[in-house]
Design a protein around this ligand. Structure first.
Ligand code: FMN
Length: 189
């Protein structure tokens, strides 16, 4: 079983990254093969609405998304992790999400995306504590997943964590991330 982790923070070894590492460690503890993509290290152009994807399901832009599309399609489970930036995802991660329009075109326009439904989970961390802190990002990730037949199956939303690596002082949340990784594996047939 392949679990793909998508790390959306520009800060390496910080809150988002450490939570995702724990989730992937949890998945690996049950025998999953895990892979982590660090979005900030990739060259991903934002969607330009050329709509070449409507013709054959492929984006006309040549960049690191070329390697990401097959990984999104091949994974049995996906864990996306992001810091909250202005009540949304990081811009780096949002670019990847928007470029998945090519998969949306394969699934809903060309109808040639194999639709064995897979499972996905979302981890998000923000500094403040507002009730609606995660609402926008959850919707974005739900519809990102839906574009390529991944069911939004689990989430871990962490409030009140701001400084670099501050999550290390929150062992309960780190262990919740580990458990999320295990749960996700358990949900995949
Ligand atoms: C550009 C920017 C925008 C942010 N916007 C929000 C926000 O809207 N709400 C919030 O609670 N925290 C916000 N934060 C704080 C981050 O979500 C917080 O520091 C988080 O722990 C960063 O995680 P990381 O260290 O994994 O990148 C923002 C931080 C930055 C740099």
């Amino acid at each position: 079983m392949k679990i793909l982790g998508i790390m959306g923070s520009p800060r390496l070894k910080s809150n988002t990254d450490l939570l995702l590492d724990e989730a992937l460690r949890g998945a690996r503890s049950l025998g999953a093969e895990v892979e982590k993509i660090i979005v900030d290290k990739l060259d991903i152009t934002p969607c330009r609405e050329y709509y070449g994807c409507l013709k054959d399901g492929n984006c006309v832009i040549r960049d690191d998304m070329d390697d990401i599309y097959p990984r999104l399609v091949a994974a049995d489970g996906i864990i996306v992790a992001s810091p909250i930036f202005f009540y949304g995802l990081s811009a780096q991660l949002k670019a990847l999400v928007d470029r998945s329009q090519a998969l949306w075109a394969r699934r809903y326009v060309l109808k040639n995306l194999p639709v064995s439904v897979r499972k996905g989970a979302f981890i998000a961390v923000g500094a403040t504590r507002g009730q609606q802190l995660f609402d926008g990002s959850i919707l974005t990730i739900k519809y990102f997943f839906k574009a390529f037949a991944v069911e939004y199956a689990d989430q871990l939303l962490v409030r009140g964590v701001d400084a670099r690596g501050e999550i290390k002082q929150h062992p309960a949340e780190l262990s919740q991330a580990f458990e999320l990784g295990k749960r996700l594996v358990g949900k995949i047939p």
